[in-house]
Design a protein around this ligand. Sequence first.
Ligand SMILES: Cc1ncc(COP(=O)(O)O)c(C=O)c1O
Length: 261
Amino acid sequence: MNDELRALFPITAHAIYLNHAAVSPPPRTTLEAVAGQLADVRENGSVHYRDWNAVKESARKIAAAMIGARPEQVAFMRNTSDGLSTIANGLSWRPGDNLVTFRNEFPSNIYPWLRIRDAFGVEVRMCEERDGRIDLDELIGLIDSKTRLVAISQVQYASGFRADLERVGRAARARDALLVVDIIQAMGVLPTDVTAELVDAAAGAGHKVLGCFICRTVRGNALSRHWWAGSAYRIPRITPISNRDGSRVRWPGKQAQDPRH
Ligand SMILES: Cc1ncc(COP(=O)(O)O)c(C=O)c1O
């Protein structure tokens, strides 16, 4: 790291910081931006809200470009866990549905699915770890015509295993299942291209590497239009979902009944 960059991270003046991808120290620029925003509210209330919106939209564009999405597909959420939970709770589940995930996912990518299992009688199929890796053949072998979604991380938090998302995405799409990806361990380190990799929804955050932004993207116009609003306008239910060409996503069976409604 050159001196100019190093100066942005005050921690380097008194410590050797080795990023272990938990919570990274943010650069001075992040702190200044956050403090500047708060100072503006302190001095002016909401007089400059149009400027705030412009900053937000510019951040949305940057986030979208970083993950290969369109800006209108990006919503700002509280964090990755919030994004994954919202996806889980936003779909209409029925008994008999199943979803596929990996046994050693970070808890944020396990507990929302267990809740769906308990609330709606959905089967949670967990692919086991094999020698510190995910055997993608095994994972894909768990997908069948009743699979509504596959939920995995682009990079595993414990092992660092990096999944071939496009391969999983193709297998999921062949069965009309969604691919939901936790991208937090990859964002800013590895390229993520949700479009090319056939990712339907992704949740991530910047506190591993980037500083502080949170985003999510989803496939389909109807879905993204709703989700654009993000946590400020939480919607209880998300259906229907359209493909990129505007056609409806076909779920296993016709009528998706959500016992909560
Ligand atoms: C893979 C993974 N997913 C989710 C999280 C939680 O992220 P957030 O704090 O943004 O909910 C972490 C944090 O350690 C993580 O490593």
